[in-house]
Design a protein around this ligand. Structure first.
Ligand code: ZN
Length: 222
């Protein structure tokens, strides 16, 4: 029988074992502090069909993501949907069935596309932040759209909230999670239990939304 490689074991004060197959198909086991390696190996062995299926699924999704070439038919994400690029003699980038992209932009294709994503992010994320700010009463000062690569959001001590333009590639329910997370930081700076309670009151399924971002982060880029 073919062995399954455990890439990482993370021990904590949890009670049960959990298996995670990440976006690059590595296998992570979350385990209680005192559980033996033998027990973990047996558990993994029992779940090997699930693990293999999951890893295969991840690999079919493309393995490592290549950077964009800006050619006809290439796929781009916007609000969680895939749009095919169509290079045309148009004036500006436009969204219809496809993502229409002006031929004259090809000299600086990536720069122009990032500008477009930034505009879209500003509009969409601000609208969502206003909805949640009104319903929760958590007021922010300003919103900034950044080029951050490593985090989905941040909150300044003075109450301005920042989001990377890449976030607008995610589905609206994942965007909402990041927005609510940063709004909750306006009054709770740390990730305390109080903080997570606040997030959960607004979005009871926030963990699923957060997981989507974790599993798909490598696709949310150019
Ligand atoms: Zn946070």
């Amino acid at each position: 029988m073919e062995d399954i490689k455990i890439d990482k074991i993370i021990r904590s004060r949890r009670r049960t074992l959990a298996l995670i197959v990440t976006a690059d198909a590595t296998l992570v086991v979350r385990a209680p502090l005192r559980v033996s390696l033998k027990y973990i190996n047996n558990f993994v062995l029992k779940k090997q069909n699930w693990i293999k299926a999951k890893q295969q699924q991840v690999n079919e999704n493309g393995g490592p993501v290549r950077s964009k070439e800006f050619i006809d038919g290439e796929s781009f994400l916007y609000l969680g949907e895939i749009y095919r690029l169509k290079i045309e003699d148009c004036d500006r980038i436009e969204l219809s069935q496809s993502l229409l992209f002006p031929k004259r932009y090809l000299l600086d294709a990536k720069g122009k596309m990032i500008e477009w994503y930034k505009d879209m992010a500003r509009e969409t994320i601000k609208a969502r932040a206003d909805i949640y700010s009104r319903s929760t009463g958590w007021e922010y000062k300003t919103i900034k759209i950044t080029s951050a690569q490593t985090r989905w959001g941040s909150c300044s001590p003075k109450g301005s909230i920042n989001f990377p333009w890449r976030l607008v590639m995610a589905p609206i329910n994942a965007i909402d999670y990041v927005v609510v997370h940063e709004l909750a930081h306006i009054h709770e700076k740390n990730h305390s239990a109080r903080f997570w309670n606040k997030v959960e009151t607004v979005l009871p399924d926030y963990k699923q939304r957060e997981l989507w971002l974790k599993e798909n982060r490598k696709f949310l880029n150019l």
